[in-house]
Design a protein around this ligand. Structure first.
Ligand SMILES: [Zn+2]
Length: 496
């Protein structure tokens, strides 16, 4: 085979994978937003059929040989082609070591377990979910063993969601957080009790909240011709490609902060996808470098921008314009305090910026115990409640607000949670680096995010997956990832 011929084959293969993935993404997005309820079953069959096609067109000897040949001749490849081949090789090894039959069985189990979990959460019934979760854990342990018998299973999963990260890395990361944030929480949470946020939880008609979300995405400068916003139970972002990014939010009439911050958070994810470089379209590299990097963008816009004094002061008159009676007596300062009220609560997705990482750390520690064989699935609710008592001083009154609250485990996504905390910490470091380049807070106080977006695009977005997270951190900050920026940021904000 000649090198040009091999590159042509790789591009053809890649274009086919991208086309399938775009079609499947659209089906999933439709399923989570506007599709009628009964469409579920047939969509499941279609998605399963298409996944099978993707599997067959990728996992075969021809692809294996092609990837080997290209990587043996990597000096003849341009950077984009090399990264496609490198990612392809990893993906191939990840999937091909799992027997097809077991892979399909697991897909089915995931689908069933997810349904059982939904009902179990609503009816506070961990016992009905437990056997499914136990099977998922068994499958995951087996898969980890097929893929890399030398490695501890939990390290295999951690690496899946954040390449290069293992328990050693996360242990070090969380111990820095624990040391710095736990004492701060003990001090800030009791003080926070006097902050009034009751006015955020009165009636805010949803049609007006939709107008506020529109205002937010226009401030964020999301290109209206390349993104669409919809509504779903749990907000999420789906990048079909850089000219077609979808995200959702969820409006609650009695909670102004919920959709407000979901919109900014998902808008941050969307900006990343929208601002990847043009030449990455149809390469499969036109997305975030990792989950942690992706989360750094959503968290940067949500917290460093959206919860800053500058931004809350800027947006305050707009909110008052939309909700004159609800905000009649609410000052910009009161609004700032309300959206930054530190509170020890039970539910991760509703947690404030300060306590958020502890919710994540609890899940990390539990997952680690589960896969290291220190506890079994039956012990999860008890262990969960103990950890919440220990770290946050609260005890879940039931499993719905305890161990059953998150969707991740029902889908077999172990090792995913730590990327949330990592993303928050990366965001703080990027913000510090941006602050050295120019006075971005003064831009934010004017509601002008053009320089902020341009900096982020240059340092992070445009690279997509062309650079790895560690390379991006070096490029953007001139040094490796360091969680001390995050601790410093939280300490200065919450000791105020
Ligand atoms: Zn996110």
């Amino acid at each position: 085979m000649k090198i040009d011929e091999a590159i042509g084959k790789l591009k053809e293969l890649q274009a086919r994978q991208v086309a399938y993935n775009q079609a499947m993404s659209m089906l999933s997005f439709d399923g989570s937003t506007s599709a009628p309820k009964n469409s579920f079953e047939c969509r499941g069959r279609t998605l399963s059929f298409l996944s099978g096609e993707v599997y067959k067109s990728f996992i075969n000897k021809e692809t294996d040989d092609l990837l080997n040949y290209l990587l043996e001749n990597k000096d003849s490849l341009d950077q984009i082609t090399f990264r496609i081949a490198e990612e392809g090789r990893e993906e191939f090894d990840k999937i091909s070591r799992i027997p097809m039959q077991e892979f399909m069985e697991f897909m089915q189990l995931q689908n069933d377990a997810n349904h059982v979990w939904e009902t179990a959460k609503l009816s506070n019934d961990f016992a009905s979910f437990e056997p499914y979760l136990a099977k998922i854990v068994d499958f995951k342990k087996r898969f980890a063993n097929y893929r890399d018998p030398q490695k501890k299973p939990y390290n295999v999963f951690l690496d899946d969601f954040e390449k290069g990260y293992s328990m050693d890395d996360y242990d070090a990361f969380f111990s820095v957080l624990k040391e710095n944030i736990v004492p701060l929480i003990h001090e800030a949470v009791p003080r926070g009790k006097s902050i009034n946020d009751g006015f955020m939880k009165i009636s805010y008609p949803v049609d007006k909240q939709r107008l506020l979300s529109k205002k937010l995405v226009s401030i964020m400068r999301l290109d209206p011709d390349s993104f669409a916003m919809a509504e779903s139970e749990h907000p999420f972002t789906m990048g079909i490609n850089k000219k077609d990014v979808r995200f959702t939010t969820h409006y609650y009439e009695n909670n102004l902060a919920s959709a407000f911050y979901s919109t900014i958070h998902e808008g941050g994810h969307a900006l990343y996808e929208l601002n990847t470089a043009d030449e990455l379209i149809y390469t499969g590299l036109d997305s975030g470098a990792s989950l942690g990097m992706h989360e750094s963008q959503s968290r940067f816009y949500e917290n460093m921008i959206g919860r800053s004094r500058e931004f809350t002061s800027y947006i305050h008159p707009h909110i008052r314009g939309l909700f004159p009676s609800q905000f009649a007596d609410v000052t910009a300062d009161a609004f700032y305090r309300a959206v930054n009220k530190p509170e020890a609560t039970l539910v991760r997705v509703e947690a404030d910026e300060l306590t958020y990482s502890l919710h994540v750390m609890i899940r990390y520690e539990i997952e680690r115990m589960l896969f290291n064989g220190d506890i079994n699935v039956a012990a999860l609710p008890g262990t969960w409640n103990e950890k919440y008592r220990e770290y946050l001083g609260v005890t879940p009154p039931d499993d719905s607000t305890g161990v059953l609250q998150d969707v991740h485990w029902s889908e077999g996504m172990f090792g995913y949670f730590p990327t949330y905390a990592l993303g928050s910490a990366i965001a703080a470091q990027l913000a510090a680096s941006m602050g050295k380049a120019f006075d971005y807070k003064s831009d934010v106080s004017q509601g002008d995010l053009s320089r902020v977006n341009a900096w982020m695009t240059d340092k992070v977005h445009r690279h997509g997956q062309l650079l790895k997270p560690k390379e991006i951190m070096e490029f953007a900050c001139g040094e490796p990832f360091n969680p001390r920026y995050y601790c410093g940021y939280l300490i200065s904000k919450y000791s105020e």
